[in-house]
Design a protein around this ligand. Structure first.
Ligand code: NAP
Length: 255
């Protein structure tokens, strides 16, 4: 029987894939047969995670290579794309996962520099990467883009305002791409995780009040783990997800 989740022969770039959600996505995609590009700012960490994935994947499954890239730099994003094409020949799947949040507090107090950094890294860099890979996907009449957004992009926030604006913009970016390129069989979606136990969200889940609010507000009465996002990215990239586009898939334990 056909395995609808098989990614054999596909090449996937996952930004910010040495930790947390991105790492889980890279691991799961490799386990489902994809050749995955592991990428974050630190070359040695990329190399270590690449080796870890290559040791983990079962025989006949996918593999990983490492290409470091800071998503804040357009030159480095272009290098990531060029080097992937040079080493693996093409890009079938793009996962824009890396994001930043340098500010916690009221929008009344956010410095322009923090606001701009959030928009640049979380929105403009994703837009640049999409611009760089879409022509190839259109030509091949096949491609999948997944942006890791957040449930923050669906809710107001008194303390993560600019971050939440950026995550809402990511949802619109995916809808725009889905609409413009759907006829070329290019799909684009976002995943909106709830609170997930990673370093990025440590300040939230280590705060007893925020943790209590997050767990009591979730139907499953707990926060999530990175592994609970990895499989969702496989679904969206695979044949199982071939009729899903322009969507935001909320993965938040029923919050
Ligand atoms: P994480 O565990 O801190 O991992 C972040 C990854 O991104 C690391 O590999 C990090 O490696 C890399 N990274 C950070 N800044 C980068 C940059 N400028 N350029 C390239 N890579 C960079 O974070 P996470 O929680 O998995 O977050 C991943 C995504 O999920 C983000 O888009 C976040 O907004 C979203 N999200 C998270 C939660 C949550 O509760 N955790 C909830 C909703 C949405 P280096 O630092 O070595 O570069």
């Amino acid at each position: 029987m056909e395995n609808l989740f098989d990614l054999t022969g596909k090449v996937a770039i996952v930004t910010g894939s040495t930790k947390g959600i991105g790492k889980s996505i890279a691991e799961q995609m490799a386990n489902h047969g994809a050749k995955v590009v592991v990428s974050s700012r630190k070359a040695d960490v990329c190399e270590a995670v690449t080796n870890e994935i290559n040791e983990q994947v079962k025989d006949g499954a996918g593999s990983a290579i490492s290409i470091p890239c800071n998503i804040g730099s357009k030159e480095q994003l272009q290098m990531l794309v060029d080097e992937t094409r040079k080493q693996l020949g093409k890009i079938d799947i793009l996962v824009c996962n890396a994001a930043v949040n340098p500010f916690f507090g009221s929008m009344a107090d956010i410095p322009d520099s923090a606001f701009e950094r959030i928009m640049d890294s979380n929105v403009k860099s994703n837009h640049w990467l999409c611009q760089m890979v879409i022509p190839e996907m259109v030509e091949r009449k096949d491609g999948v883009i997944t942006i890791v957004s957040s449930i923050g992009g669906l809710n107001g926030s008194p303390v993560l305002g600019a971050y939440c604006i950026s995550k809402a913009a990511d949802m619109q970016l995916a809808r725009n791409i889905a609409t413009e390129y759907g006829g070329d069989n290019v799909r684009a979606n976002t995943i909106a995780p709830g609170l997930i136990k990673t370093n990025f969200a440590r300040a939230l889940w280590e705060n007893p009040d925020i943790l209590k609010e997050a767990t009591s507000g979730a139907a499953l009465k707990r926060i999530g783990t990175p592994e609970e996002i990895g499989g969702v990215a496989v679904l969206l990239a695979s044949k199982a997800g071939s009729y899903i586009t322009g969507q935001t898939l909320i993965v938040d334990g029923g919050t």
